[in-house]
Design a binder for this molecule. Structure first.
Ligand SMILES: [Zn+2]
Length: 394
């Protein structure tokens, strides 16, 4: 497999209309992942919304979290074995709902409870905030499934490009992030603390960034070629699509991730805002493009095909942020971005060492979407990656 072959985005294709574009997707066998765990978590979240006491809401929510993100095996297998109740926080009420789901594909218990309640609108609203997430079980299935050799995998992944340190809202020093990255088999990482426009997340002043860069230089010296730490920054996309960092300030960093951190619950179309950010000079990666949060907020609404087309024409990578609550973008949107010719960045967005394995979720979504490793900047050899970064900084 030619990992260094980074395809140039097909700019010409961007002028085609959707109707005239060849239907390449139908040629490829594709099905959404079989994920009874995420379906079960959804029903348990529905039930949580209907509870009258905080205590019972909490009970359903922690059971949902456990089946969604805490167990490696499918609830179908556990039901078949009769061992579902061994899972922490699964009691008789949650077991009945999950058993119904496995037997019938739905839950009459939940449907009746929703129909009898006044919270139906809220339940349906939240259901839309849980679209195309992967459970831990489905993530592991996707990592292990026999996809084609060319598809991105853990084995072809060289390093994580979004993480936060004590220089903003992370809890780890750069040296300990670097140590952990080596243990994960990475040869590079990018530290991307928040920029000063996000004071709530401890955003760095430019003076702090200069001090941070001296620390990164020292860490790079210490790790002597085994791992390279890149000097990234996560800049904010403002309401008008511009960034909180000036053009000169962006050049201080080796790369810029532009991410939305505001206006994430609005129903208006924000295509112009996000395309504006993609067009900003110096942007390498569009970070967690939607800004969505599981069961909590929908994130930005936009014509994503147009956003992806613009990103592809400028070789700005689209991020798959693997943070469990984000999973942004997901396998459905990633297929659209792939179709538009995008490059991708698959990152953990870790704020602690325990969150570094969130890259597995990003890789799993990318595999389900059929993204080849040569479209993923994390998989490129150092020379190709560095050339791409220097092009982005012009
Ligand atoms: Zn962010």
């Amino acid at each position: 497999m030619k990992r260094s072959a980074a395809p140039r985005a097909n700019v010409k294709r961007a002028t085609h209309t959707a109707d005239r574009r060849p239907r390449r997707q139908s040629a490829r066998a594709w099905a959404p992942p079989d994920d009874p765990n995420i379906a079960a978590a959804g029903f348990l979240h529905d039930m949580a919304l209907l509870q009258r006491t905080e205590r019972s809401r909490f009970g359903y929510k922690r059971a949902a979290k456990m089946v969604a993100a805490g167990i490696d095996r499918s609830v179908r297998e556990l039901i078949a074995e009769g061992t579902l109740r061994d899972v922490p926080y699964i009691g008789p009420a949650t077991e009945r709902i999950i058993a119904e789901l496995i037997a019938s594909g739905g839950s009459a218990i939940v449907a009746d409870a929703v129909a009898a309640s006044t919270a139906r609108g809220e339940v349906e609203k939240r259901q839309a905030f849980r679209r195309a997430y992967l459970s831990r079980y489905a993530m592991r299935q996707a990592l292990d499934a026999p996809f084609a050799e060319s598809i991105v995998s853990r084995a072809t992944y060289r390093g994580d490009l979004q993480m936060h340190s004590t220089w903003s809202d992370g809890v780890e020093s750069i040296a300990s992030l670097a140590d952990a990255a080596i243990a994960l088999g990475y040869t590079r990482i990018g530290v991307t603390d928040h920029s000063y426009g996000l004071p709530i997340a401890g955003g760095m002043s430019m003076a702090s960034a200069a001090r941070q860069h001296r620390e990164i230089d020292a860490v790079n010296e210490q790790f002597g070629g085994r791992l390279r730490v890149y000097k990234g920054i996560e800049a904010n996309i403002l309401a008008d699509g511009s960034l909180d960092l000036s053009r000169d300030e962006r050049r201080v960093f080796e790369y810029v991730i532009a991410s939305p951190h505001s206006l994430l619950r609005r129903s208006n179309d924000q295509t112009a805002r996000i395309i504006g950010a993609v067009r900003e000079p110096g942007v390498a990666i569009l970070g967690h493009p939607q800004g969505r949060m599981y069961n909590s907020r929908p994130g930005v609404r936009a014509d994503w095909r147009r956003v992806f087309r613009e990103a592809a024409s400028r070789r700005v990578a689209i991020e798959l942020d693997g943070n469990w609550h984000r999973q942004d973008i997901d396998f459905e949107l990633a297929r659209v971005a792939l179709d538009e010719g995008c490059l991708f960045a698959l990152d953990s967005d870790a704020h602690s060492l325990g969150e570094l394995p969130f890259t597995d979720y990003a890789i799993a979504h990318a595999r389900i979407a059929g993204i080849p490793a040569n479209r993923v900047v994390n998989c490129w050899d150092a020379k190709t990656f560095d050339r791409w970064l220097s092009e982005r900084r012009r």
